[in-house]
Write a protein that binds this ligand. Structure first.
Ligand code: MLT
Length: 259
């Protein structure tokens, strides 16, 4: 396995830290509205996973959700934080679940956005391999054609779509292909075992991960508040920060920093 690395990140605000983990194939700039809007309640730290945003790498060897989680832990330690509130969208949610499995002592609370706990089905795994091969051959365009249009609710703003397209285009194809195979290999996550406060925000119009399944997962957990986000699809924090930011703010105000 490759060694964990310290990630690049954007930071705003003050007080206890909230770490945000982006989805696929995106980077920290997907959290611009949360960097602005949550800075009053937390030091908001939006990381760039390895190979994404400003986090450059020489090789994609060893990509896995576990390694990504260890990178986040190395970054938190490098900043000098003992524990954090952790939020991940979609693939970032898979990383947050791996982080819980591997570094639970560093977690004060968890926020899941438009994600799911199940491993890929056999059909899903085969699809990942096909898409990874297409991306290696043709670059990021197969993702722009096949995935980007499914990321939003029925009436996305042009600005949000363009911002996502820019993030897709900024992701090196070899990184996107390695992400796909890392997602293929992720295990099931046992959400009922999580014993810190949780919030789950999910776009009502999420075309990639249906809202009803997400609601059922949240209901299976010990202490999880579920918020269905109207006028939003898979990118709910970008599409409707007017609902997502107050939901996160209200949740975090109730989470006491650990001693
Ligand atoms: C994401 O948005 O991170 C991806 O849709 C996750 C996935 O492909 O499973």
């Amino acid at each position: 396995m490759s060694d964990p690395m310290v990630l690049t990140y954007e930071e705003r605000g003050g007080g206890p830290a909230l770490v945000l983990i982006h989805g696929f194939p995106l980077n920290s700039s997907m959290w611009i509205e949360q960097l602005k809007g949550l800075a009053k309640v937390r030091t908001v730290i939006a990381v760039n996973l390895r190979g994404h945003g400003y986090t450059q790498i020489d090789s994609t060897d060893g990509f896995s959700m576990d390694l990504f989680a260890d990178d986040v832990a190395a970054t938190i330690e490098d900043i000098g934080l003992d524990n954090v509130d952790l939020c991940g969208l979609s693939m970032g949610g898979y990383v947050a679940m791996a982080f819980w499995r591997r570094h639970a002592d560093k977690v004060r609370s968890l926020i899941f956005a438009d994600t799911k706990p199940e491993a890929d089905s056999d059909e899903g795994k085969a699809g990942r391999e096909k898409t990874a091969a297409a991306v290696r051959e043709q670059g990021i365009q197969p993702l722009i054609d096949g995935v980007l249009p499914k990321m939003f609710g029925p009436n996305p703003s042009e600005g949000v779509v363009e911002a996502c397209r820019t993030m897709f285009e900024a992701t090196p194809p070899e990184v996107a292909a390695a992400d796909l195979l890392a997602m293929r290999d992720r295990p099931d996550s046992a959400l009922p075992a999580i014993d810190v406060p949780c919030l789950w925000v999910h776009g009502e119009g999420d075309q990639l991960m249906p809202v009803d399944a997400a609601k059922a997962h949240a209901a299976s957990m010990r202490d999880c508040t579920f918020v269905a986000v109207p006028d939003a699809g898979h990118m709910s924090p970008m599409e409707n920060p007017g609902v997502v930011n107050p939901a996160i703010t209200e949740f975090l105000r109730k989470v006491a920093p650990k001693k």
